[in-house]
Ligand binder design. Structure first.
Ligand SMILES: Cc1cc2nc3c(=O)[nH]c(=O)nc-3n(C[C@H](O)[C@H](O)[C@H](O)COP(=O)(O)OP(=O)(O)OC[C@H]3O[C@@H](n4cnc5c(N)ncnc54)[C@H](O)[C@@H]3O)c2cc1C
Length: 377
């Protein structure tokens, strides 16, 4: 390990794999190194996202839906998401595909190792457990430890535990996924159940919080069991797989950790949508912008941040943080007053100002106004 590379990518998870795919798609001839120890749980996730119609990862997706639902104790909102499709991809399959593709290209090198440090200066020295390499540009998935000590940003955790359950009798409608079901809540928190039906007899059922603190395993399991018994009316089922995770939803300004030719990517670079915790599609877009910046010799950060949508995310986070027990009402208004296609466009940061006002105005409450003015000044 004593070579020099044009670009070194630290971490081949969601962001790193998207960048690799984009570099391959653009047939970049630079020397590219990817370093990952693959010890983290990056291979065990089910990544869901929405996009219009056919997409470039369709050969990898495991399930897809054209209909969804948003459920409150007193209201059921059917979501006909056409022309969007809600899709699920196993992180393992996505990363394996990117790996297989890059291994066919002589200008790509993949090293399994853990990065310990990256130096500053024009030539970056990357110290790994098993050796040292240098690179002109570093794209780095490691989250700066300062984030975990920060007390100024508004931060919620999206934390959840889910079971893939199997039933003997047909139980699920595989055509309709449940985005949020608020019939069962942990009082005082924004918490709901998310259901992805894979077939009539198999579904991922996940109890999810957008809250300040994580809870014990026993708490997630209590709610999962209650939901399955009370709302799915099941007494007999087997648990085939467990999925658990924590995704930061934060106003923390990750961009403060970018350095010249050393860009933070993925969660570490603020590529997770703060108000939703989704990052798969956002990472695809950011990877495309980043590779375009590199090929056009622009600043690496060019066009990577939208101040306007960052402002909206901050307001939403503030509202959920300030009155966490009323998140279900905020989301109910959002889903009740807007077409799902408009909500998706808004979350994809593709709406116009007039559409954004149309979304925000019905949600205006004392909490929203207070968050709005707090963020404005
Ligand atoms: C269970 C679960 C389910 C999720 N579901 C969804 C979903 O449905 N939709 C969605 O959009 N998002 C989802 N997310 C969030 C999504 O997984 C993350 O936002 C996304 O993975 C962040 O991308 P990343 O590249 O920053 O990190 P990761 O995907 O975690 O990748 C980081 C990579 O860096 C490597 N790495 C870290 N440190 C080092 C080091 N020092 N040296 C070498 N390599 C290193 C790790 O091994 C890892 O492979 C989910 C998350 C979890 C935990």
């Amino acid at each position: 390990m004593d070579s020099h590379y044009d670009i070194a990518i630290i971490g081949m998870g969601c962001a790193g794999s998207h960048i690799v795919q984009e570099l391959l798609r653009r047939k970049v001839h630079l020397n590219i190194l990817i370093i990952d120890d693959f010890k983290a749980a990056s291979l065990d996730k089910t990544w869901s996202f929405w996009e219009k119609g056919k997409g470039k990862w369709d050969h990898l997706i495991s399930h897809s839906w054209k209909k969804g639902s948003y459920i409150m104790p007193h209201d059921f909102i059917g979501l006909d998401i056409d022309p969007y499709v809600y899709k699920t991809i196993e992180s393992r399959d996505f990363i394996a595909f990117a790996k297989a593709e890059l291994q066919q290209k002589p200008n790509f090198t993949l090293i399994e190792d853990k990065v310990q440090s990256v130096s500053s200066g024009d030539i970056k020295k990357i110290v790994c457990e098993q050796g040292t390499v240098t690179a002109s540009v570093v794209l780095d998935s490691r989250i700066d430890p300062k984030f975990f000590q920060d007390t100024k940003a508004t931060t919620l955790q999206q934390h959840f535990k889910g079971w893939v359950i199997k039933t003997q009798q047909p139980t699920f409608d595989p055509e309709v996924f449940t985005m949020m079901d608020y019939r069962l809540r942990d009082a005082g928190t924004t918490s709901f159940t998310y259901v992805l039906p894979y077939s009539t007899t198999q579904a991922l059922v996940e109890f999810t919080y957008f809250s300040k603190d994580v809870v014990s395993d026993a708490t997630y399991e209590k709610y999962l069991q209650e939901y399955i018994t009370k709302y799915l009316h099941l007494t007999q089922y087997s648990i085939e797989k467990t999925e658990q995770g924590i995704i930061p939803m934060t106003s923390y300004k990750f961009e403060q950790h970018h350095r010249k030719n050393h860009l933070k990517i993925g969660t570490a670079g603020g590529w997770v949508k703060p108000s939703t915790g989704y990052s798969f599609k956002m990472s695809e877009k950011k990877a495309a912008q980043l590779v375009d910046n590199m090929l056009s010799k622009r600043e690496l950060t060019h066009g990577m941040i939208s101040k306007k949508f960052g402002f909206y995310d901050d307001i939403m986070l503030d509202v959920l943080h300030g009155d966490n027990g009323r998140g279900h009402e905020v989301f109910h208004t959002l889903y009740k007053k807007n077409k799902i296609q408009t909500i998706f466009r808004f979350l994809d940061q593709e709406t116009s100002l007039s559409q954004e006002l149309g979304i925000m105005l019905p949600m205006t409450s004392a909490a929203f106004l207070s968050a709005f003015f707090k963020k404005l000044f």
